[in-house]
Design a protein around this ligand. Sequence first.
Ligand SMILES: [Fe+2]
Length: 207
Amino acid sequence: MANTIQNWEQMTYPFFNITLNYNLNAFEPHIDARTMHVHYNTILTDYIKKLNQHLESHSELQSMTLIELISYAETSHDTELLRQAGEVYSHFFFFTELRPSTGQIIIGITPQATHKITSAFGGWKNFKDEFTNATLSVFGSGCVWLIKDNKGELRITTKPIIPQNCTPILCLDTWEHAYFLKHLNNRQAYVDAFWNVVDWVKFSEKI
Ligand SMILES: [Fe+2]
């Protein structure tokens, strides 16, 4: 399978890192190039390596996509596989939901997306406040997701692994490796910076 940014959700063993359609310094000053380099080239690569090592001796799992592996791991209570596949999934999602900033934060948001955010949260400010509060509430490491559940309802959830039977819309990695080099322990500053680098076109398509 070609290693492209478009088809990582169909990727199966052996997993390999996605090719990004931006440079690692593309998000300065919001997310610094050094953090992007460490996060993408070192940490994500290590997650992928560990997942492949786990799958190496499990031929029955090698045709599964990440979502299928997560579902299998939950059903079989394989916490190690769940963590490994979940980390790769959330990181692939995170790195492909970003887009270099144009300096105009609202570019790409459709009226339909605004309508859905307003219906669910009362407006963009309320949504961002709620998402930020969820991010600040995560003790230690994990992810904050905006998801659309199987009834089409939007929800913010703090789960290290994407919940089943839902469509992920947005994911913020709250591991310190995602922001410590630039923001130290100021997670609030990291969330504030994040809004400037979201691909709002992609966001609007998914929501
Ligand atoms: Fe991360």
